[in-house]
Design a protein around this ligand. Structure first.
Ligand code: ZN
Length: 369
């Protein structure tokens, strides 16, 4: 139709140009990202086992309002839904934003989401959400289209959009937190797998013989060697063999172990991070040989110990991965930090918006020039 904006082409243009966004010379891109002018903010929520972090984010990744609160520990999902709805309203009112100005919402959870992104299948740290169709419930309460995604998948999107993986299209993101999460982007598209559970890098086996049983039931998962929980456990296990250590069993955290290694050269702390880096290197080498990524971004709280595990991790990668791919791949710490999941969530909401517009394009005519 003459004069009608071809949104089909615009969508593909957005997909291809996204890593370099914003492009000040591209008004068509701006239109496709924003849609009509009242869609330039989305509500993003990173629902963790301990904290709920929420923000209003614009299409350039700028955070306009941000809140962090304890995740409700209710035994049913209603408490979590109520907290999300109240947080969304608080964010909007804090910035004096009419909720009609918000183009959508995106919720990321530390667990498995169904392939159609409607239902939370399993969240070990928030079992009240298991098998809850959170998307339609929140859409009914908020009145906005809602995207539901795994948190590590969102972090990978966030790093590709505005973080360490900008400009790359084959990206693996490993999140070293309480557990170990993973997100895989192949040729610019998030790889969710046949059932939506792809990218569980923390539950790939790196040693079948040692270590405690993982919460997934397997033995020797990467998570039992490279998570914050693992850092604490491995330190505690070796304390008796290191009477000279400044570390004490009580009040032990991964951060304390890291500080003891960095600031005081504590041998036990250094040994624990060396062990952790060895196993992480095994896991990373497996990923390199399997997927040949351009870049692997490592995030989560444990990445603060980067200087303590980087060298041994790289040694392990160099000795195990194919030389050509191991030399090519960049292995870097996260640049978006705690905000990677929120930014990725926002980006997914904008992408969903663009997809909706494709299916029912707004009646807009191109401005005559
Ligand atoms: Zn496991």
């Amino acid at each position: 139709m003459a004069g009608r904006l071809d949104l089909r082409n615009e969508f593909w243009f957005v997909t291809m140009a996204a890593p370099d966004f914003p492009n000040p010379n591209c008004t068509r891109l701006e239109f496709a990202m924003n849609g009509p002018a009242n869609r330039n903010l989305v509500f993003a929520a990173d629902l963790g086992g301990t904290h709920l972090r929420v923000a209003l984010i614009d299409e350039e990744g700028r955070i306009h309002a941000q809140r962090k609160e304890r995740t409700p520990r209710d035994t049913d999902a209603a408490g979590v839904v109520r907290a999300l709805v109240e947080a969304a309203r608080s964010c909007a009112s804090e910035k004096g934003v009419n909720s009609s100005l918000i183009g959508g919402a995106s919720i990321v959870v530390p667990g498995t989401v169904s392939k159609d992104n409607r239902t939370v299948l399993q969240v070990p740290n928030l079992p009240s959400l298991d098998n809850i169709a959170l998307k339609p419930i929140l859409e009914g309460q908020l009145g906005w289209p809602v995207v539901l995604e795994n948190d590590a998948n969102a972090a990978a999107i966030g790093e590709m959009w505005l973080g360490a993986a900008r400009g790359h299209r084959s990206v693996i993101c490993i999140t070293l937190g309480t557990g170990v999460g993973g997100g895989i982007i192949l040729d610019g598209e998030l790889w969710r797998g046949a059932d939506g559970s792809a990218g569980e890098i923390g539950h790939t086996s790196v040693d079948p013989f040692v270590g405690p049983r993982c919460k997934c039931g397997n033995r020797g998962c990467l998570e039992v060697f490279a998570s914050a929980t693992a850092i604490v456990r491995m330190t505690r296990e070796e304390l008796a063999n290191h009477p000279e250590s400044v570390l004490l069993s009580e009040g032990l955290t991964a951060k304390r172990v890291f500080n003891a290694g960095r600031d005081e050269g504590d041998q036990l702390a250094l040994d624990v991070f060396k062990r952790m880096g060895t196993y992480l290197g095994v896991g990373v080498a497996n990923l390199i040989n399997l997927l040949n990524p351009e870049i692997i971004v490592i995030g989560g709280g444990v990445v603060n110990g980067w200087k303590l595990f980087e060298r041994v991790m790289r040694q392990e990668v160099a000795s195990r991965a194919f030389p050509l791919t191991a030399e090519r791949v960049r292995i870097v710490p996260s640049e978006s930090g705690d905000n990677a999941g929120l930014l990725g969530a926002a980006r997914l909401a904008f992408d969903d918006r663009a997809r909706q517009d494709l299916q029912s394009p707004p009646k807009v005519t191109r401005k005559q020039t």
